[in-house]
Design a protein around this ligand. Structure first.
Ligand code: SAH
Length: 393
């Protein structure tokens, strides 16, 4: 078994059960991509078993802090079993659920979403890439499903020195999957959709939005960065009279329109705008438009803290413009999925945007990812999605 030794004093984060070992912390030792290594302190005390990744800044990702634990196929079966059992206890009212959420489930770099009878997975680190076969077998045997689609085409794989790959890993079947969320029917394209196909992290927030639209009687709704229209369906189901979905992806907007139709909602109340959100917000303001509810759910502006400053400006811009379009008594659901922007910083940015727009509001609720996208106490970096529900005064 190969081992790596840390520089003096660099054991602190692993002792706090943080799962990553950065390149700069390692004094000596190397291994092949994904190979299991023993991580020792400078003076040779065991810290963890980890997967080595020669080309990544995150040089090793921890599998286990237990010296007795063996990293083998049975280990992956235990981890997958625990992750799936946790979701079962959450009793999620949907047939689309995140079953494995990377580091939080002790499986760094592995994302697995279940869409009805089909699993869609991303293998994003050298460690899970190396154990792909064992993980795939565990996923099928534990869920009792037969179909697993691989979507390892995310750009972060390049940081691990891994080429993009996608396609059926186990079984075969249609790649357009019908799922049900809060009683709405949605179609998820596991082959071409974003990430694994859909944004399950916003499931709970789509429910909250639907309820708020109904409770506050929001008539005109603007859904920015709509993707396939999850929040648009929620708004129409909540009784909105007019919903505009804005996104720069034409296929996503086509799916949004299809989702409105599929759910028997009034298609004449839904309009799509294939455009850049920032530009659309500006032109809607110029037209003097007003909305009773606005969703802002942009893509990740800051993947890491080093991008935070530029991202902060971009978030502030769109939030200022959205505040300006919000009717008095209107509702803003605003989000950031940037790991590099903390909930506290995001709150500050949105507050600043409100001041610039001359708008004040009640903070109705702080929003986060659905509970099947858990974070763990020892890994604050895992907390990526944050949002605010604001009611304009
Ligand atoms: N709210 C969605 C998820 C949004 S994901 C849901 O609940 O499912 C972010 C979306 O922003 C993607 O669909 C992407 O196509 C879109 N997007 C990215 N940059 C954009 C831009 N500058 N203008 C408009 N849409 C953009």
């Amino acid at each position: 078994m190969k081992s790596i030794r840390l520089r003096p004093g660099r054991e602190r984060s692993l002792l706090r059960r943080h799962p990553w070992v950065f390149e700069g912390s390692i004094e000596k030792g190397r291994a092949d991509p994904g190979e299991t290594v023993r991580v020792d302190t400078h003076d040779g005390k065991f810290l963890a078993w980890a997967a080595y990744s020669p080309s990544s800044m995150i040089r090793a990702r921890t599998w286990s802090f237990d010296e007795q634990e063996r990293i083998d196929a049975a280990f992956f079966e235990r981890r997958v079993q625990a992750a799936v059992a946790m979701r079962a206890r959450l009793a999620i009212q949907s047939d689309a659920v995140r079953l494995v959420h990377g580091e939080a489930d002790g499986l760094p770099g592995l994302i697995v979403d279940r869409y009805a009878d089909t699993l869609s997975a991303q293998f994003l680190s050298s460690g899970v890439e190396r154990w792909k076969g064992a993980i795939a077998d565990a996923l099928l045997s534990i869920t009792g499903l037969t179909k697993l689609y691989e979507r390892s085409d995310a750009s972060v794989r390049a940081l691990e020195g891994l080429a993009p790959t996608s396609g059926w890993l186990r079984g075969e079947g249609p790649t357009d999957i019908a799922i049900h969320e809060h009683g709405w029917q949605l179609s998820v394209d596991v082959a071409h959709g974003h990430k694994t196909g859909y944004y399950l992290d916003q499931r709970d927030n789509r429910r909250l939005f639907c309820d708020a639209v109904r409770r506050f009687g929001c008539a005109r709704v603007l859904n920015c960065y709509s993707y396939t229209g999850g929040f648009s369906v929620a708004a129409l189901a909540g009784g909105a009279q007019e919903v505009v979905s804005v996104d720069s992806s034409a296929p996503a907007l086509a799916a949004a329109s299809e989702h409105v139709r599929l759910n028997g909602l009034d298609e004449t109340r839904h309009r799509t705008l294939d455009a850049d959100v920032n530009a659309s917000l500006r032109s809607l303001a110029q037209e003097g438009q007003r909305f009773d509810a606005i969703v802002l759910d942009p893509p990740k502006f800051a993947p890491t803290a080093s991008h935070a400053e530029r991202a902060a400006r971009a978030y502030k811009d769109i939030n200022r413009l959205a505040f300006g379009l919000l009717a008095p008594g209107g509702l803003l659901f605003t989000f950031s999925c940037s790991g590099g922007v903390s909930a506290e910083l995001f709150h500050k940015i949105v507050a600043g945007a409100g001041i610039d727009a001359g708008v004040d509001g009640y903070l109705l609720q702080r929003l986060e990812a659905s509970s099947d996208h858990p974070t763990t106490v020892n890994f604050p970096e895992g907390e990526y999605l944050k949002g605010l529900a604001i009611l304009r005064r």
